[in-house]
Ligand binder design. Structure first.
Ligand SMILES: Cc1cc2nc3c(=O)[nH]c(=O)nc-3n(C[C@H](O)[C@H](O)[C@H](O)COP(=O)(O)OP(=O)(O)OC[C@H]3O[C@@H](n4cnc5c(N)ncnc54)[C@H](O)[C@@H]3O)c2cc1C
Ligand SMILES: NC(=O)c1ccc[n+]([C@@H]2O[C@H](COP(=O)([O-])OP(=O)(O)OC[C@H]3O[C@@H](n4cnc5c(N)ncnc54)[C@H](O)[C@@H]3O)[C@@H](O)[C@H]2O)c1
Length: 443
């Protein structure tokens, strides 16, 4: 065999495992047909958070108008885009070098299975004891007349000029994060939703606050509307929907979800079980129905948040498994997740919605931040945390909205994972004043 472990794809579900495997002495290869580092590094999390940074700061400056600030800074999309290129464009090469320096063999091109231990790339064959599929997902494109006029998250994050009118179809992570950014930079933003729920994985009372805040800033929401066609007109792109709905816009982001990359890898030929919409099912060791073929990251058919930390955890688990450090099934901890909107909404563990269905098992307490003196320092007018306790009074879930929601939930994730009791909290001496000190006093 040429390798001990061969990864198809170089995203977060691969390189975080490939490097420790190689450092441990395994012969490892990574095959990538696009940019090394995959979606998150090149056209997902990192690029998005760079574009959001001025928005996050602007909102905080806004909250202090007349309280130390007398005016708002001007946002400049063009300069920000240049900064984004500066921060992001070198990361792919950096990832490639990181792998290479750790002794991993990088292979460029599209991988296709020949059999369960062999793949072909650009006419060359490579054999491996184990193969890990980390092929990820890509944006879904609506199948309606005119959808070739639509764009996706990748297109938006390289726009040199921001269109005056932007319409976003879909109210998930991408829809809400991009609505936040485009609105702050002055675009006239409309979000069109098939149903009436936005960010369905999140605590809906907080989501309603977010919608209301976005509406106050001029974002329009069109609920329960199914778009049926798009056509180019002299005035822009005309969208038509059910019930006679019509809207003309300059730029459309199809944010209707992400679909697994399953094509042209000869999975049928080797008998791999997969679903074109849901991805690859695996057992509790991340092994597919074919012995020696594993999968990790977004391509998995699992009901877990499809985010970078999940993919990292899985690839690290595979490193422990393949180096013999463990033979145990994968044991996921509580996974924290967030929408990088303004305000942020973040969540971890048992949700208030689940807790309310099981009142005998859980207690839910809601804390409003606006009365907290520390939040008043920044004149934050919207913010809170809702905490779920088990029957022993231990925190098992939390969800937060506000400027500091991400750090609040990160801190509470530690508490949840380590089942920190109320008595233990007394022994945690945090810096004062600080976000951590503030929420710890509450829970
Ligand atoms: C706009 C956007 C914003 C996001 N923001 C966040 C965020 O803020 N926080 C967060 O945690 N997550 C975020 N995510 C999700 C995150 O990007 C993904 O969960 C993560 O990238 C999954 O990593 P992966 O390794 O599973 O797959 P990917 O990153 O998709 O990597 C798969 C790689 O496999 C390659 N590949 C596929 N097939 C083949 C083949 N046959 N041969 C060779 N190579 C192949 C692809 O080119 C790709 O590089 C965001 C996603 C998007 C789209
Ligand atoms: N902050 C983060 O961690 C972050 C940010 C961006 C993306 N992501 C990841 O990327 C994934 C994809 O994000 P997304 O926002 O594209 O997907 P999503 O699944 O979060 O949201 C898709 C939205 O599109 C709607 N929709 C689906 N089909 C439709 C149709 N035919 N017509 C109209 N609306 C339709 C859904 O109802 C939903 O509102 C997320 O699930 C997440 O895993 C994470």
């Amino acid at each position: 065999m040429d390798f001990d472990v061969l990864f198809i794809g170089s995203g977060q579900g691969a390189w975080n495992g490939a490097i420790p495997m190689s450092e441990h002495g395994l012969k490892v290869a990574v095959i990538e047909e696009g940019k090394f580092g995959g979606v998150c590094t090149n056209r997902g999390c990192n690029a998005k958070i760079t574009l959001d940074r001025p928005v996050e700061i602007l909102r905080q400056v806004e909250q202090l108008q007349g309280r130390g600030f007398d005016s708002l800074p001007q946002l400049n999309w063009h300069d920000l885009m240049a900064h984004k290129h500066e921060v992001i464009d070198g990361l792919a090469l950096g990832n490639e070098m990181k792998l290479q320096n750790a002794g991993v063999t990088n292979i460029k091109g599209h991988a296709r299975f020949v059999d369960s231990h062999t793949v072909e790339v650009n006419g060359s064959r490579y054999s491996s004891e184990k193969i890990v599929i980390d092929s990820g997902r890509r944006p879904h494109r609506m199948d309606i007349p005119g959808s070739e006029l639509f764009h996706d998250s990748t297109d938006f994050m390289v726009l040199e000029e921001l269109p005056a009118r932007i319409t976003i179809i879909g109210g998930g992570y991408v829809g809400m994060e991009f609505a936040t950014i485009a609105n702050a930079f002055g675009s006239d933003v409309t979000v069109i939703l098939r149903g009436n729920k936005v960010l369905r994985d999140f605590h809906q009372p907080y989501v309603l606050k977010l919608i209301s805040s976005l509406k106050d800033r001029g974002v329009k929401f069109q609920f329960e509307e199914t778009i049926e066609k798009a056509e180019q007109t002299a005035d822009g792109i005309k969208l038509s929907g059910t019930n006679g709905y019509e809207q003309t816009t300059d730029y459309i982001i199809d944010a209707t979800g992400r679909i697994p990359n399953v094509e042209d890898m000869n999975w049928d030929g080797i008998g791999l079980k997969y679903d074109a919409h849901r991805g690859i099912p695996v057992n509790d060791h991340l092994e597919t129905n074919i012995e020696g073929v594993y999968a990790s990251g977004d391509i998995l058919d699992k009901k877990l948040p499809k985010i970078t930390p999940t993919a990292i955890f899985e690839s690290q688990y595979l490193a422990h498994l393949f180096t013999g450090e463990t033979s145990a099934p994968i044991d996921y901890p509580a996974i924290a997740y967030t929408a990088f909107t303004s305000p942020r909404i973040a969540s971890v563990g048992v949700t208030p919605e689940v807790a309310e269905f099981h009142p005998d098992e859980y207690t839910v307490k809601e804390f409003d931040y606006t009365e907290d003196w520390f939040r008043q320092v920044g004149n934050e007018n919207l913010g809170g945390v809702t905490v779920v306790y088990d029957s022993k009074g231990i925190v098992v879930g939390a969800t937060s909205i506000g400027n500091d929601a991400v750090e609040t939930i990160n801190g509470l994730t530690d508490m949840i994972e380590h089942r920190v009791s109320h008595e233990d909290v007394e022994r945690l001496i945090y810096i004062f004043p600080s976000v951590a000190h503030s929420y710890m006093r509450k829970v």
